[in-house]
Design a protein around this ligand. Structure first.
Ligand SMILES: [Zn+2]
Length: 209
């Protein structure tokens, strides 16, 4: 009787060990194989002509060239400096003394500047820099609300990025969702506006599927 219990216990342990092993193997596959394919897919993308590539100088603190291993979300920010242009914000990133950066800056007229390659880490979203693509959006006043042109550009750019990174339509978050920072301000203070923006992105995403 005692022996039987021992046997049972042993086989239970064996099973537990096997399950843990399987989980670890699955995690390793997920961590290695799937992201590699995702990053390779990102690299293969032909960047649309409506994106103006002006990369930050390689080796600056804002572009140390750390490779992204995986992309799980697209993060929306606002620049916080009312009335500043996309060019000014991108040029600010491109200084040897600046240690922050974003992949994209969207301007007041809807212009889009890409400051970093899609497979390199940006410095905008704290501990989520390692698995996100970041978009900074300019705004005309302190409310932080985007212009119509910026809004449309954010929708178009985000939908394209979701496809480029093989993500689902809802893999879009705010800086606020990571750290609680009031960024992008207007879309934190007005949750309805945030949900509308996410819906508009989902519609644009479906349209290019
Ligand atoms: Zn932010």
């Amino acid at each position: 009787m005692q022996q039987k219990t021992m046997k049972k216990r042993f086989s239970l342990r064996k099973w537990l060990f096997l399950i843990v092993l399987l989980v670890l193997v699955a995690k390793a596959c997920n961590a290695l194989i799937i992201p590699d394919r995702q990053i390779a897919h990102l690299r293969e993308q032909t960047v649309p002509s409506w994106i103006d590539q002006q990369y930050i100088t390689a080796g600056y603190k804002s572009r140390p060239g750390v490779p992204l291993q995986q992309v799980n979300d697209i993060v929306i920010h606002y620049v916080g400096n009312a009335g500043s242009s996309a060019q000014q914000n991108r040029d600010y990133f491109n200084k040897p003394t600046t240690s922050v950066s974003a992949h994209f800056v969207v301007g007041l007229q809807g212009e889009i500047i890409q400051a970093l390659p899609l497979d390199e880490m940006s410095y905008a979203t704290n501990w989520r820099n390692k698995d996100t693509i970041s978009i900074e959006v300019t705004h005309p006043d302190a409310s932080g609300q985007f212009t119509d042109a910026s809004y449309d550009a954010v929708v178009r750019l985000t939908a394209w990025l979701l496809h480029a990174a093989n993500l689902q339509a809802d893999a879009v978050i705010r800086h606020y969702d990571v750290t609680g920072k009031l960024c992008p301000l207007y879309y934190v203070e007005n949750e309805d506006a945030w949900f509308t923006l996410k819906e508009d992105i989902a519609v644009a995403y479906a349209a290019i599927s």
